[in-house]
Design a protein around this ligand. Sequence first.
Ligand SMILES: Cc1cc2nc3c(=O)[nH]c(=O)nc-3n(C[C@H](O)[C@H](O)[C@H](O)COP(=O)(O)OP(=O)(O)OC[C@H]3O[C@@H](n4cnc5c(N)ncnc54)[C@H](O)[C@@H]3O)c2cc1C
Length: 406
Amino acid sequence: MARRALVIGGSLGGLAAHLLHRAGWHAVVFERNEEALTGRGVGLGTHPQLIATLRRAGIAFDATMGITVAKVVCLDRNGKSMVEQPTARTMSAWSRLYRALRDALPAQDYRLGKKLRRIEQDAASVTAIFEDGTSERGDLLVGADGIRSTVRAQFLPQAQPVYAGYVAWRAVLDEARAPREAHRDIFELYTFCLPEGEQLLGYPVPGRDGDTVPGRRRYNIVWYRPVDSSALDEIYTDTSGQLHSGGIAPSLIRNEVIARVKADAEALLAPQLAEIFLRSEPFFQPIFDFESPALAFGRVALTGDAAFVVGPHVGAGATKAAIDARAGEDVAAGLVRFESVQLPFGRDMVALSRQQGAYLSAQLKPVAQRQGGELRRDVEALRHAHGTRSDQIGDIVAARGLEAYF
Ligand SMILES: Cc1cc2nc3c(=O)[nH]c(=O)nc-3n(C[C@H](O)[C@H](O)[C@H](O)COP(=O)(O)OP(=O)(O)OC[C@H]3O[C@@H](n4cnc5c(N)ncnc54)[C@H](O)[C@@H]3O)c2cc1C
């Protein structure tokens, strides 16, 4: 009989289930949400390792999975292009990848409404105990339950994500609603804009139903803005005065907070980007940094964001989760080996991300205390980072002995 793997968390890290199936396991995913996560999420960058892992999981990464952008530009405040260079990036959407992964799993192996409470294990098996009072037994448990992982909290209660000092304002707009000039100038491009101390990027992503047909796509904006902890509490507070420090639902963000960020968009951004932003319903996500000191605990392993949070600048959260899943396919070699390979790999990915986010993280420090990359963020450095990002991930994969997987 196939050995049984319990995968906690049904987002992209749950990709582990597909690869465990391939390796002869019976893997079942347990997701705390009561309803399928379809329709959530926004844009997501891809890298070759993510595409290769999806293909290995039986998901054809064809033209319907993403939109390929051929040019990167950087616009100044007046909307004039300061830098242009060819690129070849495929931009997808979280919901598009999620749907493909979810559809490819047998329905009985993806269980909703299953919130993990705690884990018990002994020499023979591991048991997941859920909030609804039920429990499931297996030979292996994979913690793919994200940045606030319940699995990790049981084994490493002290290990907590650290706020990086800035938030990402996110906005998506249906292609049909994009202003004509903005559509003509930037819709098909990967576009940067660099207000002082901040950074914005915009690119096209698949539409609401995952559609990549022109006219039915969406435009995605990510705008990084430094926010100190007290100002973060202020934007985390809803109209009734309640503070949502674990994360505020977009619908609860106060109108005045939205009005303020829209006024800043008009004042600071290239007009093409500002017009798209003004027509959207923006929301924000604080950026965290996290590095787990351990990944294996007996029959339990951590993957994806539960293990390491790779900041957004590398655009590789999903790619890193995929690489973890690919390495986890070799679980027969033992979790100690998994940990010995994935720990240094995860640390390297976090280091790359910190290096690329250093300028933004440092904005709350006095200038005299900033050093190296914290001081400088010019267009040339950004252009170079964009052009070499996939290669840098490839270099880390090779340096950590994971190249044979791809
Ligand atoms: C709804 C959603 C939308 C997202 N949208 C984007 C996006 O647009 N762009 C982007 O770059 N990244 C997005 N992400 C994050 C992205 O998926 C991750 O950064 C990366 O892919 C690693 O994924 P992960 O599966 O390790 O963690 P996550 O994606 O955070 O998934 C963790 C999963 O575990 C579940 N979970 C948590 N605790 C428990 C528990 N106790 N019991 C059972 N289940 C539990 C959560 O509900 C969640 O589904 C999104 C994540 C989610 C959940």
